[in-house]
Write a protein that binds this ligand. Structure first.
Ligand code: GLV
Ligand code: GLV
Length: 341
């Protein structure tokens, strides 16, 4: 009997094909977020769950799966999964870091340039037939060169942004992390700063922290108040890190120059008033959305599952506490043929 893998929505084929070589694979057939009862059905049936950041993998769902052996998230962030509940059942949880670092760093840069040079606003202006000829003061923007970029969370993605900013754009870098990162400082000539200093000094602030109880509303009314009126805020991490209502209020009164967002506090819903503002650029959580990266994420999630089913520690184990349990009673032998059970 082959191990059973439930995939909650169609993802690029390459990873699915890898899984089909060794497993029985079911993909939720509609191209939409699987309803709760379909998730429950899938989890009751499967040994491995390949899920998306739009699926809420909570304690109740995890306990509905008596045969569940691994939860592989198709994302780097895993705030959609109750890690504690999975760990209590010795179920390894995996994510897809690294393969999406360049895509997200590039998107962060695209957002930064789009808001600074008012690209979507200029596009709307031109399409609307408002362009009457070259003007000295038409749609002026801000240059990146020589400006200070504040990076909150210099992990892999933050470092990818720093590299582009420092070597490509000639920006000065301030960063905040829970501990100092000397290698990061040296590589990008970055200076460690407290969040308050970043808020008061930076011309651009970009956020690359995971969503945790401690990072929820990390940027609220008080923090927005500290930012320069000429500064821009970029977010490609998780929406709830910013108090979106406070952000809309700040943008409305031009307390900061603008914001470029890929993620939203209540996504897919936008806070009231956000989409009517001209000084925002909004993308629909597509920062990792390149053909290359989404295929690589598919393969990585599949390999993480196959590793666990073979009793091997997967490349991207989130809950290291369960590592010792992975080698017990594998469902596949390491050559990929089904183990006798
Ligand atoms: C996307 O937001 C991810 O976490 O991969
Ligand atoms: C995670 O957020 C990363 O930096 O890859």
């Amino acid at each position: 009997m082959k191990p059973k893998v439930f995939i909650t929505r169609k993802i690029p084929e390459s990873g699915i094909a890898l899984l089909r070589e060794y497993c029985q694979v079911r993909v939720y057939p509609r191209d939409r977020v699987a309803p709760r009862e379909e998730l429950v059905k899938g989890v009751k049936w499967c040994h491995a769950l390949l899920c998306l950041l739009t699926d809420s993998i909570d304690r109740e769902l995890i306990s509905a799966g008596p045969t569940l052996r691994v939860i592989a998230n198709y994302a780097v962030g895993f705030d959609n999964i109750d890690i504690k509940a999975a760990t209590e059942r010795n179920i390894p949880v995996t994510n897809t870091p690294e393969v999406l670092t360049d895509a997200v760093a590039e998107h962060t840069f695209a957002l930064m340039m789009a808001i600074a040079r008012r690209i979507p606003e200029s596009d709307r202006f031109t399409r609307a037939g408002k362009y009457q000829g070259w003007e000295p003061m038409l749609l002026l923007g801000t240059e990146l060169k020589g400006k200070t970029l504040g990076i909150i969370g210099p992990g892999r993605i933050g470092a990818g942004v720093a590299q582009r900013a420092a070597t490509g754009m000639g920006m000065n870098i301030l960063y905040f992390d829970v501990t100092r990162n000397l290698q990061f400082e040296k590589m990008y000539n970055a200076k460690f700063a407290k969040i308050d200093d970043i808020l008061t000094k930076a011309d651009f602030i970009t956020i690359h922290v995971p969503l945790l109880p401690t990072t929820r509303h990390l940027i609220g009314a008080e923090q927005l108040q500290m930012m320069k009126p000429t500064a821009y805020l970029i977010n490609t991490s998780r929406g709830p890190v910013i108090d979106e209502k406070a952000l809309v209020k700040t943008l409305k009164k031009r307390g900061i120059a603008g914001a470029a967002l890929d993620v939203y506090e209540f996504e897919p819903k936008l806070s009231a008033g956000l989409k009517r503002l001209d000084n925002v650029v909004l993308t629909p959580h597509t920062a990792s959305g390149t053909y290359e990266t989404r295929a690589a994420m598919s393969e990585l999630a599949a390999r993480n599952i196959l590793d666990v089913l073979r009793g091997k520690t997967p490349q991207n184990l989130v809950n290291k506490e369960v590592e010792d349990f992975i080698s017990k009673e594998p469902l596949l032998d390491s050559s990929g043929l089904g183990a006798e059970t």
